[in-house]
Design a protein around this ligand. Structure first.
Ligand code: PMP
Length: 404
């Protein structure tokens, strides 16, 4: 059983959630399937699909080229999408910019190569996460290697992590911040542990001048996000994880610390249909209510961790303190990953798929994790139901005492 608070949330929001779930055509078409892999990619509400179809069947033209009505209308839609993203991020500044990219991996690489590279000198240091998604480690390591070829040696320093709480260790962080620290990269919500990494504390430690880049792939669209509160300099995210189309994402840049952010070179025609879907998805999420979406997803995860903690053969990865039924420690936000002591994660993935339950069972692109280091990741969004969580728990319970 979940704690009363979680049960309350699920009860209070039940009819709201039903009305939202009904808006996902793929789920209506497959009522027997439980899609629990939204951290990989989220499903799309009808409003997003409609916005894309409408765009492609009414004004579709190239952007920033041409002076005929469809071309200018398309350009206006893309500009409006930039403003939509700024508003969605609670950005009230006038100097910020939004550049469209293909997703978080591309966006982080662009920040590394186009913005950070020209600023770094011999002996400079950057602090980045070594245990988050590879997309938030490789670009910084590649940057170090590119600079080394030009005779500039920088140090890529691991962001300290507190194993007990599961987020960044702000008490250990001062010992790695130096006068040569030029940049910090962080993740908002961890893609394996579902932990909110409490990045506001990072600003407190690194001081007012060091630029911070936020990988928000797992937080945008899952709850309110305010750049005013977080005081980060970049927010990078993928459309497909926030119910927009695949192949589009954005880099929001504050443009206050260091030079103005711009993508270098000729980037060609952008993914206009994707950009339209991004704005439509943000409209849908805002109308639904992002605070309630976060409450719903967190309550589903609490129901899941409570259930899993009763299975003897299961170990939930990440912060263990948050698993106690009455825990006051942060709960998992949309993502719970676990391992069965005797059943291999990929086998469990097949067993679950056989029951119509879709989860991810592999090594999750986590930096520093070997590809054979498997675990089952369950990730939810607002269309998921407590019944789907219970179905999954029932299958896991049936595996008690089993061996692969
Ligand atoms: N960062 C995090 C935290 C992620 O979860 C992911 C996707 N799993 C990425 C970056 C990469 O996103 P994309 O594949 O959309 O580029």
């Amino acid at each position: 059983m979940s704690t009363p608070t979680e049960t309350d949330v699920l009860g209070r929001l039940a009819s709201w959630q039903r009305a939202l779930r009904d808006q996902f055509p793929i789920l209506a078409r497959h009522p027997e399937m439980a899609y629990l892999d939204s951290a990989a990619t989220a499903q799309k509400p009808a409003a997003v699909l409609k916005a894309v179809t409408e765009f492609l069947t009414t004004i579709n033209a190239n952007v920033g080229r041409g002076s005929y009505p469809w071309a200018t209308a398309t350009t206006s839609r893309v500009e409006a999408a930039r403003e939509r993203i700024k508003a969605g991020l609670g950005d009230t500044g006038s100097d910020s910019t939004v550049e469209f990219v293909s997703g978080t991996s591309h966006g982080l690489r662009v920040v590394a190569q186009d913005w950070l590279a020209p600023q770094l000198g011999d002996g400079d240091e950057i602090i980045v996460p070594f245990g988050d998604h590879q997309a938030n480690l490789r670009p910084w390591q590649d940057l170090r290697d590119t600079l080394a070829q030009r005779g500039i040696r920088i140090q890529v320093v691991p962001m300290p992590v507190d194993i007990a709480s599961g987020d960044y260790d702000h008490r250990a962080l001062p010992s790695v911040v130096t006068a040569r620290t030029r940049f910090v990269a962080v993740t908002h919500v961890h893609h394996v542990f579902g932990a909110n990494m409490n990045v506001h504390r990072v600003r407190e430690v690194v001081g007012p001048d060091v630029p911070i880049c936020l990988d928000a792939a797992q937080s945008v669209g899952h709850g309110p996000l305010s750049v005013a509160e977080l005081d980060v300099d970049f927010v990078v995210f993928s459309g497909h994880k926030m119910m927009a189309a695949p192949g589009v994402g954005a880099v929001w840049a504050r443009n206050r610390r260091g030079p103005r952010f711009a993508m270098r070179g000729w980037s060609g025609t952008p993914n206009t249909a994707g950009i339209v879907s991004l704005a439509a998805a943000w409209d849908w999420l805002d109308r639904a209510g992002l605070a309630d979406i976060r409450a719903w997803n967190t309550a589903l995860c609490a129901r899941l961790t409570d259930g899993l903690s009763r299975c003897h053969d299961v170990r939930v990865l990440g912060c263990q303190d948050s698993l106690a039924l009455d825990s006051q420690v942060q709960r998992r936000e949309s993502i719970v990953t676990f391992r069965h002591e005797h059943v291999r994660a990929d086998d469990l993935g097949f067993v679950l798929a056989d029951e119509g339950i879709m989860v991810r069972a592999d090594s999750h692109c986590q930096a520093g994790r070997a590809s054979e280091d498997l675990a089952v990741r369950v990730s939810v969004h607002v269309y998921n139901t407590p019944e789907e969580i219970d179905r999954l728990l029932e299958v896991v319970r049936r595996c008690e005492g089993m061996r692969s």
